[in-house]
Design a binder for this molecule. Structure first.
Ligand code: ATP
Ligand code: MG
Ligand code: MG
Ligand code: MG
Length: 497
């Protein structure tokens, strides 16, 4: 069976909303340079924040696009899910349509349904929708308007109430907000659906019953005193995960089995001389139980992370030891680590994936193809430096072996922490290598050391707690993150000046 292509499915979305009078705009860069409160774009509406806040007039009343998004810090952090589940990525595309004081709930819902069932031909009886159940504290009743609109299209048992967490969107502590309606799809096999039903699986982290689209109806403004003010102008803000939509239209059970990820995955597998099996543990808490699962997870992590690394560099953020650059460096190292420990890659290798990705995205995001060589060089240099760190850590571990044997075959927490903090040698790698040497690691002790350090210095990530927050002055200070390159101490002196 040939898979629907990413470019076709994406274009269908844009064409559909163009036919409904929307102006199609290009994605904003994923890296945010002019907003002290946000490091990366984390939703489709983020570039339009000023229109919603009333700081600038929207240039068009109806806009649609695909926006590169990154969810690796602050309020939205999906990093730990990546590779283990099948539908959270670090970087993903959010397809969106917006109304700035134009259409509202009725049209948004009608078009969402038309697009999903008539253009994409998703099975109607596999779609669930939610509406806001209300909130006593805010004096809001259930959003019966949305519930009634859905009744025209969806059977009653698949229209579900949802709580404030899932069904009421707020920009931050103050600002625009309003109820939302989510659309979920059940991609389980017939037999399982017939046997077990499905409604209770919505928003329950089931890997095959996933949220694909969120439609936010901004009708209030949250005031500083926490009260809600009804806005004179009503806006619509929607976001649909493109990779999840691809999973749904392809009739597969994982985002990684779609045309978005398969070229990368097949390339990685051939490079490392392994097969990708496509077996995913049911939830993120499951540990891989077989070698195949372990290598599959590593392949997924790398296929995911290379997108984040490549596009952030192409959009102007180099890996570094501070703030956004540090986030990127950590993701890059996470990918190297998986390649090193699960796929036995001891030489730089991630940079070779860039051309595959650049070709794949050339028509929609040409910025990567245009800077392909530069992006490759930056990644390769980072890989070389971090692999050196890993080797140094390995040597340090060898040197520690004797004292660990004298210590009941155990590497104490302080030492494990020192390896991670000073040598950039992560705990899971220490544990892995220790196991190979017949040693254990005092992980509790490590955690205590880590906690103590966290209390001492602020974490770059803590800056973002809501979609927008004010970064305080102390948070502007660079963070010391360990020696990771030979010239690291010089670099740190420079930052500490
Ligand atoms: P989830 O509950 O699955 O974490 P969400 O409620 O956090 O999703 P929204 O903030 O509502 O997501 O974003 C709109 C859409 O973007 C979601 O319906 C989903 O399709 C997609 N999406 C959100 N986070 C991710 C991610 N990490 N990777 C891929 N797609 C995502
Ligand atoms: Mg989420
Ligand atoms: Mg959700
Ligand atoms: Mg949502």
């Amino acid at each position: 069976m040939s898979l629907p292509t990413a470019s076709h499915v994406r274009q269908q979305f844009l064409d559909f909303f163009a036919s409904k009078g929307h102006h199609i705009v290009p994605s904003a860069p994923i890296v945010v340079k002019d907003d002290p409160t946000l490091l990366f774009i984390n939703s489709g509406m983020a570039p339009f924040k000023d229109y919603f806040l009333g700081n600038k007039p929207a240039p068009f009343k109806r806009i649609a696009d695909t926006q590169k998004c990154l969810r690796v810090s602050g309020k939205h952090n999906d990093l730990e899910e990546v590779g283990y589940d099948t539908y959270h990525h670090t970087m993903f595309e959010m397809l969106g349509n917006w109304s700035f004081g134009d259409y509202f709930k009725k049209d948004a819902i009608a078009w969402a349904w038309e697009l999903l069932t008539e253009v994409y031909k998703l099975p109607k009886d596999r779609l669930y929708v939610t509406y806001f159940e209300g909130d006593k504290g805010d004096g809001l009743g259930p959003d019966t308007e949305t519930q009634d609109l859905w009744r025209q299209y969806v059977a009653e048992e698949r229209i579900l109430p949802g709580n404030k967490k899932d069904n009421f969107w707020e920009m931050g502590d103050t600002g625009p907000c309003g109820p939302c309606t989510e659309i979920h799809i059940d991609l389980r096999d017939e037999a399982e659906v017939a046997q077990k039903g499905g409604a209770e699986l919505v928003n329950a982290d089931h890997p095959q019953v996933v949220e694909i689209w969120n439609n936010v109806f901004m009708e209030f403004e949250r005031r500083a005193d926490k009260s809600l003010l009804k806005l004179p102008q009503q806006n619509v803000d929607t976001g649909m995960g493109f990779e999840r939509l691809m999973m749904a239209v392809s009739g597969v059970k994982s985002n990684y089995d779609t045309d978005v990820f398969q070229p990368l995955i097949q390339f990685i597998a051939s490079q490392v001389g392994l097969q990708y099996h496509g077996t995913a543990p049911a939830t993120v808490t499951d540990q891989p139980t077989t070698e195949n699962e372990k290598t599959d997870i590593a392949i997924r992590v790398i296929a995911d992370h290379i997108r984040t690394i490549s596009f952030t560099i192409a959009d102007g953020q180099l890996p570094s030891n501070v703030k956004a650059g540090y986030v990127i460096r950590r993701i890059l190292r996470r990918a190297v680590r998986y390649a090193f420990s699960s796929l036995n890659q001891k030489q730089p290798f991630l940079y070779k994936l860039v051309p595959v990705l650049a070709d794949q995205m050339a028509t929609i995001f040409p910025e990567l193809k245009q800077q392909q060589q530069f992006v490759q060089r930056v990644i390769e240099e980072e890989e070389i430096a971090f692999l050196k760190t890993l080797e140094n850590g390995l040597r340090r571990l060898d040197a520690l072996e004797e004292s660990a044997r004298a210590n009941g075959n155990r590497i104490d927490g302080k030492t494990a922490f020192e390896l991670s903090d000073t040598f950039g040698f992560p705990l899971d790698l220490t544990a892995l290598i220790a196991r190979e040497k017949g040693l254990t690691v005092d992980e509790e002790g490590f955690k205590k050391e880590l906690e103590a350090q966290k209390n001492r210095s602020r974490n770059a990530q803590e800056a973002e707690q809501s979609d927008w927050t004010i970064v305080t002055e102390s948070e502007e200070q660079p963070v010391f993150v360990g020696y990771d390159q030979e010239e690291a101490s010089a670099r740190i002196l420079r930052y500490r000046r």
